[in-house]
Design a protein around this ligand. Sequence first.
Ligand code: FES
Length: 165
Amino acid sequence: MHEAGHEHGISRRSFVTGVVGILGGLIAALVGLPAIGYLISPALKRQSADEWVPLGLVEDLPQGEPTLFSFTRTKQVGWERTANSYGVYVVRRADGELDVFSNVCTHLSCRVSWSEDVDEYVCPCHDGRFAKDGSLISGPPPRPLDRFEHRLEEDGRLSIHLQEG
Ligand code: FES
């Protein structure tokens, strides 16, 4: 009787070992497949992340007042699908030129908002402040807001160049 119990113990142990082995293999496959995708398609990844995004008609923009455009881009790389949301501030200056920059704070990537009360972009995380043209006024951010390369299409539409690192 003692013998039988001992044998049972061994077979359960080997069963558990087997299950752990199979699970380990499955996890390795799940983790490994997207990694292979990254390795074999770096060119594909760059292409999908590099595009011109139309924002809207420039003539519709109020002069001297920051206007926020928001959009989302979905990226599929191998098995992985990621949705990124973007915020872009556009200011039509008195001289007709456009300032086009990201609403992502250059400190730790919180989203800044334009405040009409103080005439500044304010970061809610650590109170970073930026002027209307995106330049740094105060707080911990190390540099001005990042600018987007932009162009005017023939139909008067503004597009920005979106590039993801
Ligand atoms: S993230 Fe904007 S001030 Fe820190």
